[in-house]
Ligand binder design. Sequence first.
Ligand SMILES: C=C1C[C@]23C[C@@]1(O)CC[C@H]2[C@@]12CC[C@H](O)[C@@](C)(C(=O)O1)[C@H]2[C@@H]3C(=O)O
Ligand SMILES: O=C(O)CCC(=O)C(=O)O
Ligand SMILES: [Fe+2]
Length: 328
Amino acid sequence: MVVVANPLDQISLVRPPKPGAYFSGVPVINLGEPGSAAAIVKACQDFGFFKVINHGIPIDLMVDLEKEAVKFFSLPQVEKERSGPPNPFGYGNKRIGPNGDVGWVEYLLFGVTSKPFSYTSMAFLREPSASSFRSALNEYISAVRKLASEVLELMAEELKIEPRNAFSKLVIDEKSDEIFRLNHYPPCPLLQGLSCSLTGFGEHTDPQIISILRSNDTQGLQIALRDGSWVSVPPDQESFFINVGDSLQVMTNGRFKSVKHRVLANGMKSRVSMIYFGGPPQTEKIAPLTQLMGEGEQSLYREFTWGEYKKAAYKSRLADNRLGQFEK
Ligand SMILES: C=C1C[C@]23C[C@@]1(O)CC[C@H]2[C@@]12CC[C@H](O)[C@@](C)(C(=O)O1)[C@H]2[C@@H]3C(=O)O
Ligand SMILES: O=C(O)CCC(=O)C(=O)O
Ligand SMILES: [Fe+2]
């Protein structure tokens, strides 16, 4: 592994994907078609990842928020830093999480605990001039929360879990622990002329139940297949990409797999992504649903609450196997 010379950054370089070598096997779920529930469950078992089309969310909502994000990330560095560092919420640059991870990325992290959520920790969002950013955020988050809930209901329906809202109620609960993230991966001048990519966001799984990702049309997202190989996901700015998180892996006793993913930064083109992480209330017990357990089937995990898991996750490095310490 090669490391960029600047000792402050220590961001690792990785072999770049072959230009245009996209993975053609990403499951595409058309939410308007009958049979989408079965296709979602298959995708969660095979990949822990899929793309949804015909989702009913107007492209304007995505574009409006992307424009606001681009405006923010174009501000002078000192202005952006007024909303940081992220502990855990706020503006962050290169440093990801509290344990020494770094990437070629700047970001805004929002905790969505009150609905509509308050922005008290973010200096720029309190200003009257940020009213368009605030409304774009609120509209977007409400729409993707609804999408998360619909997708979770389709999963429950196909798995024959009753009530149908067994998963979805956890993310729409008043006390649900949702996070929202805006990531900006700027073009990297250091890469020009070199045949390598820079780690934008290192490999990891998302700890929550479900993550809903939308990006502009710049490539960079990769997922790990079951055999451990990395493949590049073709960008699609009109669709959403959905990740199974660690908590859903536990609730399905390992039937669904949380997907390992990472982002490679590009030398030429900015990538802007927006991700909604749907997590349950802190006190919620995360355990396999009894209705899913076959006769004699044992839980693969010891009992824990989302609050305990989150605390442990925030003590871990990005690439760590966070569920490992909860396995039986
Ligand atoms: C290194 C870290 C960053 C992270 C918290 C952690 O200690 C381990 C999990 C990381 C992650 C991955 C998914 C989301 O982007 C995130 C917000 C989350 O909930 O868990 C990040 C955390 C972060 O960036 O603070
Ligand atoms: O920015 C992206 O496309 C993905 C980032 C990611 O995986 C995360 O923020 O957890
Ligand atoms: Fe992620």
